[in-house]
Design a protein around this ligand. Structure first.
Ligand code: TRP
Length: 470
């Protein structure tokens, strides 16, 4: 284990944990599981997964996605959590210290830096979309979607996109919510938020599933998501599935590394990571079932709708169902809560770094980083209205940040993480950290991160960028 570079680092109040982080340690393995699931379950599960499953033909895509989670993403998540727990600091300092200890090349320091910057960049646009969800809570409550047609719902969405002041208002509110939680620290902020938000989220989701069962076409949704029709599967959809496996499990930017740094030492890594993977996948599948059962119950709506599925098709469906506005409100509360527990993990690695290295207080660090991210986010707001014509390499600002982070930075960091822990960090140190885990599993994992993960992710990276370049 590494020395903590902070002489003043308090010994943690967690009695079982001999080695803690300066920032605190999760109260138990369950807080880790809830917090990590909170990070993983977000807009990726509820907004993105259902529409990419729809666009890629449903069933077969779901199967490939699950395979990507199990074979590639979970091993990298184990790698991140293990590295984090070995270092017990922000990703930047954890990687820096592990490089020193193992004599590896300083270039691996890029893992920490790229991760922390990717987190802030993702948060900049994530807070804009989460802001739409907040606004839709208000729309549902005030009944603007009552009995609307698809055209009218489209107009409501388009009008919102054109109204930059409205977008900025909701983006700012969401950013403030994020900063307030992170400001309150590991126990009273992130830990407490996860302990409240996650059970609530599961409850709301189950409620919506019951609504989908009673009022919607759950059988149709089930057949769509689990009817394995391999004819519609393309090589491109395999790539989409792998890219999404990264995004949905929050890997490739140090979020899981920093959550691992706060994990008690007296618990295994594999079982906890597996739990997070299972919960995340369950939420994505249930969200898919809910959304499609509601959309399919209204035959006039196109189900292939793409990114507008959640903000156009779904509100139309809700607006035309008995009790729809009430459950529609619940739905957008669910989306906002899920986005909230994810956004705190996007900013935490950077906050931890400023506290450790620059001597900032947690409050100052959170406020400062929140401000910077908010300003960058304005670029995404403007790309839906006054900057729609401003294009760099064919992308508007929002698309550019999304493309650079999700398709380049996350997979790159993922490859480096796998190579670093698989080939460079001393095997003995890794084994020691995983000594509480099943040793057979540990061997299989090691082999996977050395060979399978880097190659698979490299394939995604190249195939994802290449078509854009030619
Ligand atoms: N996983 C979240 C989602 O599905 C988003 C997210 C949170 C994320 N933290 C991350 C994505 C870190 C990549 C990296 O919406």
């Amino acid at each position: 284990m590494l020395k903590n570079s902070h002489p003043e680092a308090p010994s943690q109040n967690n009695k079982n944990n001999t080695q803690g982080s300066l920032h605190g340690t999760w109260a138990s393995r369950w807080t880790f599981i809830l917090a990590a699931t909170g990070s993983a379950v977000g807009l990726g599960n509820i907004w993105k997964f259902p529409y990419i499953a729809g666009e890629n033909g449903g069933g077969a895509f779901v199967l490939v996605y699950i395979a990507c989670i199990a074979i590639v993403a979970l091993p990298i998540m184990v790698a991140e959590v293990t590295l984090g727990r070995m270092g017990r600091q922000s990703p930047i300092n954890t990687i820096r210290n592990l490089i020193k200890e193992s004599g590896a090349s300083k270039s691996f320091g890029v893992i920490g830096w790229m991760g922390v910057s990717a987190g802030l960049m993702i948060l900049s646009y994530y807070s804009v979309i989460a802001g739409w969800a907040l606004n839709y809570i208000e729309y549902m409550i005030s009944g603007v979607f009552q009995d609307v047609t698809a055209e009218q719902a489209g107009t409501i969405f388009d009008d919102l996109m054109k109204d930059k002041n409205e977008l900025i208002f909701w983006q700012s509110l969401f950013m403030l919510m994020t900063v307030v939680v992170v400001m309150c620290g590991i126990h009273k902020g992130l830990g407490l938020a996860s302990q409240i938000l996650m059970p609530l989220l599961f409850l709301l989701l189950i409620g919506l599933l019951v609504f989908g069962y009673q009022q919607g076409d759950l059988t149709g949704a089930f057949n769509f998501l689990f009817g394995f029709n391999f004819g519609s599967l393309t090589w491109q959809s395999v790539l989409v599935a792998l890219g999404h496996a990264f995004f949905t499990l929050s890997i490739g930017m140090g979020a899981m590394m920093v959550y691992g740094a706060y994990m008690p030492s007296n618990t295994g890594v594999f079982s906890n990571v597996l739990m997070v993977g299972v919960l995340d996948t369950l939420v994505a599948l249930i969200a898919g079932l809910v959304i499609f059962s509601i959309v399919f119950a209204n035959p006039s709506i196109e189900s292939s709708a793409g990114p507008g599925l959640m903000f156009v098709s779904l509100p139309v469906a809700f607006g035309n169902m008995l009790g729809g506005l009430f459950f529609g409100t619940i739905f957008f509360v669910l989306v906002s809560l899920a986005a909230w527990s994810s956004s705190i993990s996007l900013i935490e690695p950077a906050v931890a770094h400023l506290v450790e290295s620059k001597g900032f207080s947690r409050i100052t660090a959170s406020l400062l980083l929140g401000m910077v991210t908010w300003v960058v986010g304005l670029g995404s707001v403007f790309s839906f209205n006054i900057w729609t014509e401003v294009k760099i390499a064919g992308f508007n600002f929002f698309e550019l940040i999304d493309f650079i982070t999700a398709n380049i930075m996350l997979p790159l960091t993922g490859i480096f993480v796998a190579i670093f822990i698989g080939w460079f960090v001393k095997e003995k140190m890794v084994q020691e950290e995983l000594s509480g885990d099943n040793q057979g599993l540990s061997c299989v994992w090691r082999w996977t991160v050395r060979y399978i993960s880097p190659l698979a992710v490299a394939a995604v990276l190249i195939m994802g960028i290449y078509p854009r370049m030619t």
